[in-house]
Design a protein around this ligand. Structure first.
Ligand SMILES: [Zn+2]
Length: 227
């Protein structure tokens, strides 16, 4: 098979669910996907779960578009992600493609870390804009992202598709990469219940980790009262 560069789609013929990707060599990527699925090592948990359930032979490969120039791959991939919203690409759809361009943008990177209080010990608290659920948020190229996810992307790398990014410290405002780990949304919920994230009083995060909460003049509501 001649080398094909472009956008491909993997379809589960049992469920009609799909996955979209791009590659400079689609045939090689396809055999890569199959090898990882067969050996139960695919980093996309949704694809792996589907393979475990429906078998490797349920998956079929199709080519959506031949792309002449490699630098157009990400843009064309995003086009199909937006158009077809493939189930197996999960919630990473929005964050994966821009990530490719973030790393090269030093200004965003500097701006991001300037909003982080990098304590020597304990949590690194986000000092920028906060979301109502207690997460920090950060804007890149006009798009909002959760701050802890950005920190992980910058410091460690891509978050596997379909996974949530959980906190070992149970502090949603913390962006310390070492306190973050990818887990399933189910894990995240169970984890939250076990740690009593929604709990109040003695079981609340503020009581369990008082050192992790900034207070007084350092608190973001004081530092940025406009927020
Ligand atoms: Zn933390």
């Amino acid at each position: 098979m001649p080398r094909t560069q472009g956008i491909y789609i993997i379809t589960n013929m049992v469920t009609a669910e799909t996955y979209i990707g791009s590659s400079v060599d689609i045939a090689e990527r396809w055999s890569d996907h199959r090898w990882h699925l067969k050996n139960n090592r695919h980093k996309n948990v949704l694809l792996q779960a589907a393979c475990d359930c429906d078998g490797l032979n349920a998956f079929h490969l199709g080519v959506l578009e031949h792309v002449e120039q490699a630098e157009q791959l990400a843009r064309r991939e995003q086009h199909y992600l937006d158009l077809l919203k493939p189930v197996y690409n999960g919630d990473e759809v929005a964050i994966r493609a821009p990530y490719r361009t973030w790393r090269s943008d030093e200004a965003d990177w500097k701006r991001f870390w300037s909003k982080v209080d990098q304590a020597e010990e304990g949590c690194w608290l986000w000092q920028g804009t906060m979301l109502r659920q207690g997460y920090g948020c950060f804007k890149i190229a006009g798009k909002m992202y959760k701050a802890h996810r950005v920190a992980y992307l910058y410091a460690i790398g891509p978050i596997p598709a379909g996974l949530a990014l959980c906190h070992t410290c149970d502090n949603p405002r913390c962006v310390r990469p070492g306190h973050l780990f990818p887990g399933t949304y189910k894990d995240n919920m169970q984890d939250a219940m076990r740690k009593g994230r929604m709990a109040t009083g003695e079981r609340s995060g503020a009581r369990l980790h008082p050192e992790s909460r900034t207070r007084g003049d350092k608190h973001w509501t004081r530092a940025e009262p406009g927020r």
